[in-house]
Design a binder for this molecule. Structure first.
Ligand SMILES: [Zn+2]
Length: 478
């Protein structure tokens, strides 16, 4: 499958990492503006970027002499790396601790006690394990929803070779908080007084930004977080909004998850509907806000989100477990950028964006019966869902100038899918097959920033500029 070109140099890592590389003889699904698909396509990668993309014959003819490595993909499918826009890497070690319980029990009795007791090492291992599962499903970029010990998350992301927008779990008020969190003030969440020396102070959001933004060859970005409105004062909301504007970064927040949340907002903040109405009133809605879930919104609120350019992360499995049917079809019709997320392991159990694509299409077709009294098999067609997992994901994490589609000039974040095994054979329509037939197991290789992070289903870790294969026995320790 791999050949060195006649003029090629040697690989820098034992598992094959080259500074110039041609991948050819692939079905390339670009997800670019014209939705181009090359039946026999090739890409020329120089370091971390796609230098050229087109017909295999043209790419080989033009660039073979310059390529360190030429890889024949043998008619497999090449896609942009998937973007998972809502995942809790801190929660990976909590997989299975909160199955089949209501949301407030889930949160107050299971997840918060777990998260508030996490050590730095727990966070590191949790992110590493989560990342391994994400890579297997073809994810090259994810948006952390707000977790513990961001510096340890960053260490794991650097090693995994992934791209990520990391966020600290941020709360400054609310009922049911564990004791160690309840003492946190608004100032602690944003910028601590340096004369105070509580442990948590060392991880204020501005400090994390200064330390990790653009780290790991630019693969890590630091965003600001609001865990949810019931744990945020108005001052925290407004200062977070202003801070994100000043630092030119994004805000990740859980929004309108359950009717109870909307009711609390109506009672305490004196608005006639829920969280989105209130966030509009205080001018919090803006185009760098990634609004997770966003299930309980009415028609007017969909208009508010659309006008402000807010991005929505739809997490179908998690919504079905605990939240409800989000009006995704209506949001897409209102030109809201909707992407896909897995949410965390205790609210989904499967960290597979491949499964989320399948679910997103089915759930939103089925919802039509509930919403309009009749099915609509045309709701959320496969191409729309594929866009949600790729280019819409990239737009949602404010990174679409670099990722989300395969185009010359963009970063080399790519996924190789093998369609020649039982879940996908026969392939009559490549796009529908990717959404309705593909399983996580069909994802064979993943590249991020021009480096293989998984090759032939073996996870590779990036250490001191070299790639090492993850030993499966390491996972046996869990
Ligand atoms: Zn979440």
């Amino acid at each position: 499958m791999e050949t060195n070109s006649s003029g090629g140099g040697s690989s820098s890592g034992s598992l094959g990492s080259s500074s110039t590389m041609i991948l050819h003889n692939a079905v390339i699904v670009t997800m670019d503006k014209e939705s181009r698909v090359f039946r026999n396509g090739g890409v020329f990668v120089v370091q971390d970027r796609i230098k050229a993309i087109g017909q295999s014959a043209d790419i080989l003819q033009q660039f073979s002499q310059m390529a360190d490595q030429i890889i024949d993909l043998q008619s497999q499918i090449l896609l942009p790396g998937f973007v998972n826009t809502h995942v809790h890497t801190s929660q990976q070690l909590a997989k299975g601790i909160a199955d089949d319980v209501d949301l407030m029990t889930w949160l107050h009795d299971r997840i918060w006690p777990y998260e508030s007791n996490m050590t730095e090492e727990d966070s590191y291992i949790s992110t590493l394990l989560c990342g391994i599962e994400l890579i297997h499903s073809g994810v090259t970029c994810f948006a952390e929803a707000g977790g513990q010990h961001v510096s340890e998350m960053a260490k794991a992301v650097e090693l995994l070779g992934l791209r990520a927008c990391l966020v600290q779990s941020t709360m400054d008020c609310g009922e049911g908080l564990p004791a160690s969190w309840a003492v946190r003030t608004t100032d602690d969440c944003i910028q601590p007084d340096s004369s105070i020396s509580f442990n948590f102070v060392s991880s204020s959001q501005k400090e994390l930004y200064a330390k990790h933004h653009h780290a790991a060859d630019g693969r890590i970005r630091i965003w600001f977080g609001i865990r949810q409105i019931m744990n945020a004062t108005d001052r925290l909301l407004l200062e977070t909004r202003d801070m994100a504007r000043e630092f030119k970064t994004g805000i990740h927040m859980h929004v309108a998850e359950i009717p109870y949340e909307n009711q609390v907002v109506m009672d305490t903040r004196k608005v006639d509907h829920g969280t989105v109405t209130f966030l509009d009133k205080i001018e919090f809605l803006q185009n760098n806000l990634l609004s997770a879930h966003t299930v309980w919104v009415n028609h007017t609120e969909i208009g508010l989100l659309s006008r402000a350019g807010v991005k929505v992360s739809h997490c179908p499995a998690s919504a079905m477990r605990m939240l409800g049917f989000a009006p995704i079809k209506e949001m897409l019709h209102a030109d809201i950028c909707v992407s896909l997320g897995t949410d965390g392991a205790p609210s989904n159990n499967r960290m597979s964006i491949v499964d989320e694509m399948y679910l997103a299409s089915l759930i939103n077709k089925g919802r039509e019966v509930f919403a309009n009294g009749t099915t609509d098999p045309a709701a959320l067609p496969a191409e729309t869902v594929l866009r949600m997992a790729t280019i819409n994901g990239a737009k949602s994490v404010l990174w679409d100038n670099d990722i989300g589609s395969l185009e010359a000039g963009k970063k080399a974040d790519m996924v190789v899918v093998d369609p020649f095994s039982w879940p996908m054979v026969p392939v009559h329509d490549r796009i529908t097959s990717l959404v309705y037939c593909m399983r996580t197991e069909n994802v064979v290789s993943v590249m991020c920033n021009g480096q293989w992070v998984m090759k032939n289903k073996k996870i590779l870790l990036l250490m001191r500029g070299r790639l090492f294969q993850l030993q499966d026995k390491l996972l046996m320790n869990f």
